[in-house]
Write a protein that binds this ligand. Structure first.
Ligand code: HEC
Length: 121
């Protein structure tokens, strides 16, 4: 009886493990999402805020590599909000990306966070 319980526990663990692997393989890369949605046109290929469309924008596109450049918060909650809703302030050109899939948004937020750390190390 108890070995049967143990065996089914192993099966359940195995399924959860495999399921987890499947999910992480399917998760989009943040950099890919960044390029797919054209963030680079304004924020630059490397996230430095110097995209082709960035000239003459006031305020300028955020340099994601410089924490001091974030005007709306550099923490993941603020990033999430800015991407989903856009920045609705006078003259800001940051559009909203409200149709992103949750995993695309997650990937973007961790990509931008990784750029901040890369800069600070
Ligand atoms: C048309 C140009 C444009 C595009 C495209 C664009 N952005 Fe922006 N973004 C801006 C500008 C300009 C700002 C600064 C706005 C401000 O400070 O009011 C900004 C600000 C932000 C912020 C807020 C950061 C802060 O200052 O606190 C985030 C996060 C962000 N953008 C992420 C993205 C992501 C991710 C994408 C692609 C999915 C993207 N942006 C596409 C122009 C753009």
């Amino acid at each position: 009886m108890s070995s049967k319980v143990l065996a089914s526990a192993f099966v359940a663990f195995g399924a959860a493990f495999l399921g987890g692997c499947g999910r992480s393989k399917a998760a989009p890369s943040g950099r890919q999402v960044y390029l797919d949605y054209g963030c680079a046109a304004c924020h630059g290929m490397s996230g430095d805020g110097r995209g082709m469309q960035s000239r003459a924008m006031t305020p300028p596109p955020t340099n994601f590599r410089d924490v001091a450049s974030y005007r709306h918060g550099a923490d993941s909650g603020s990033l999430r909000r800015a991407i989903l809703l856009g920045i609705r302030e006078e003259s800001s050109r940051m559009p909203s990306f409200e149709h992103l899939a949750p995993e695309e948004l997650d990937a973007l937020v961790s990509y931008l966070s990784s750029l901040q750390t890369a800069h600070n190390e």
